[in-house]
Structures are given as C-alpha cells and as structure tokens.
Design a protein around this ligand. Structure first.
Ligand code: SAM
Length: 289
C-alpha cells in the first residue's frame, strides 16, 4: 500500500470516517521522498530499535519498520488504531502505544521493546508540542543515539542556531548543553496533507554521552539561562538579579570571576561562558543566602 498516494490516503481515511484534528497537529506526509530520507538519516537500520512519536496513518512508521529491527510508536489518537492495523499489516516488528507522549514512560518502552538493540527517535512531530517533546527527550536522558525530527522551519532555525547568536533562545542553549543539533533538509508545506501554513525542516540531535554538570549545578544553570533569556535585551546583571532575587553586586562578582564584562548579556555568551558564569553565581549566591 503506497501511503503517499493521495487517492489511497483519501480512500483509507474516508472508509474509516477519519477527519483531521488541527489541535493534534495532524499534517500527514504525502511527499514520497521524505520518509525514506528521515529513516536513513535517523538511524533506522539493522541493529536499531526506533521510537516514533505520532504515527498518523503510518507513512513514516512503515519506512522505519522496513529498515530497523523494531519500531515502537506512540500515538495519542485512538481513531488511528484501526487505520494502522490496515496500513501496517505487513509488518510484524511494529508495536503501537496508544498514549500521550508527554505522559507515557518512554524509558520503559525502550527498555522492554529494544532489549539488546541500539535506539533512536524518528518523528514528524505535532507542532503544538515540538519544544516540550524535545526537552522531555533530552532532560530525561532517554538512552538514544539520535533524535531525528521534522519541525517547523522557524523552530529548526532556533534549535540549530549557534549559542550566542541572534537566533538562539533558551532552548538552543538546552539542545547544545545536552548534545549537538544540525539541520538535515527543508520540507515544503506542499509535502503534507492537509498543507500547513508554514514550511518545515528535518533536524537531527545527537545527545552527548556525558553529563556536563553535576545535578545541582545543572538545575541552577537552567534557572540562570531561563532568567537571562526571559529578559534578553537586559544585561545579565539586571535580568538575573531581578529574576532570581539576587543583589547586583553578587552577579557582577560572578561575571568578573568568570572573565566577563559587567555589561554582558546572556544571549550573547557562548555555552562554556554561560556554564562558567552560572557555576560562579551559584557559589557566590550561596554565600549571601
Ligand atoms: N508521522 C505521521 C506523518 O508524518 O504523516 C503523522 C505526523 S502528524 C504531524 C503528528 C502525529 O502526532 C499525529 O498523528 C497526532 O495524532 C500525533 N500526536 C499529537 N499529539 C500527540 C501526543 N501528545 N502524543 C502522541 N501522539 C501525538
């Protein structure tokens, strides 16, 4: 069954009385070039188990199942289950979990479904939860070698921006802290049914094996980053002291010891500088509290 053939897709959907849910970000891929590329660039290969988030009618799922040993796919919309039974009937290596990705135990799924396999994530993410899903995967340190996901073009630019550049946001810092991200290729809006109002891009994040900062420092680091980026036009001293309730002198002292000017803005700093500043600030703020 060719799941990128518009006639086939319309036929399946109408036989099952399915209507698209905008709220669930349902834009299904109908460009035949996209899914094989995501699968091949996203570690869907011999020896791998692939976790997919959001199956739709299974167009990407099928390409993953052709290449990987096992596919575990999380899909929230119960109405898609009978459709998937039909579209994925040829594959015995796919297991669907009818759950909300934000609430299910992804570590357990990987442990139980991918025993003895290497693991990766591939998905055409529902746009309304792109950042929360990516943060969930990274923060929970899901044991995967790569996260290859389609996101809106603007989100891709932000996620893959250089830390310290104008395009960077708090999530850019987080992605670079947890791993490395790069854009793989762009996807035009006409590649989907229904067609969204924006273009998309596929990105790949490779999580780092090592934890950069100890637990307590890491938590503090993200508090500092959040406070700096919530008021990004302000100097670090102004933003951090007002957001974190710290005397400005303490922030100045931390900046100085980290080798940074008093006028520094967090959005302009490199990752290493941000980490150094945060660790110094944590040490100094401990002395005043
Ligand atoms: N992979 C399919 C494709 O490329 O054609 C569908 C991608 S569509 C952009 C996103 C899919 O994620 C939809 O099938 C939607 O129902 C599902 N979804 C939305 N929110 C979800 C959630 N919280 N947990 C799991 N799946 C979700």
């Amino acid at each position: 069954m060719v799941l990128t053939n518009i006639g086939t897709v319309k036929d399946i959907l109408s036989r099952h009385g399915f209507s698209f849910s905008k709220g669930l970000g349902q834009n299904f891929i109908i460009n035949p070039d996209i899914c094989p590329k995501i699968a091949e660039m996203g570690n869907a290969a011999e020896g791998f188990g692939v976790l997919e988030i959001g199956t739709g009618i299974g167009v990407l799922t099928a390409e993953l199942a052709k290449r990987a040993n096992k596919v575990a796919a999380v899909e929230i919309d119960t109405r898609l289950l009978p459709i998937l039974e039909e579209t994925l009937a040829d594959f015995s290596n796919v297991k669907i979990f009818n759950e909300d990705v934000m609430k299910c135990d992804l570590h357990r799924i990987i442990r139980e479904e991918f025993a003895g396999l290497r693991a990766s994530v591939c998905a055409n993410l529902p746009y309304y939860i792109t950042s929360p899903v990516i943060m969930l995967l990274l923060e929970s340190r899901l044991p995967v070698e790569s996260i290859t996901v389609m996101v809106q073009k603007e989100a891709a630019q932000r996620l893959c921006a250089k830390v310290g550049s104008r395009d960077a946001g708090a999530i850019t810092v987080a992605v670079n802290y947890y791993g490395t991200a790069r854009q793989l290729f762009g996807v035009s809006r006409g590649s989907f049914m229904p067609s969204p109002n924006v273009d998309s891009a596929v990105i790949r994040i490779d999580p780092a094996a090592e934890q950069r900062l100890p637990e307590a420092e890491e938590k503090y680091f993200f508090k500092v980053v959040k406070s700096g980026f919530s008021q990004r036009r302000k100097t670090a001293a102004n933003a951090v002291s007002s957001q974190m309730g710290l005397p400005k002198d303490v922030v100045y002292e931390a900046l100085k010891v980290a080798g940074l000017p008093e006028t520094a803005r967090l959005e302009q700093l490199e990752l290493e500088e941000l980490m150094e500043f945060s660790c110094r600030l944590k040490a100094f703020s401990g002395q005043v509290s």
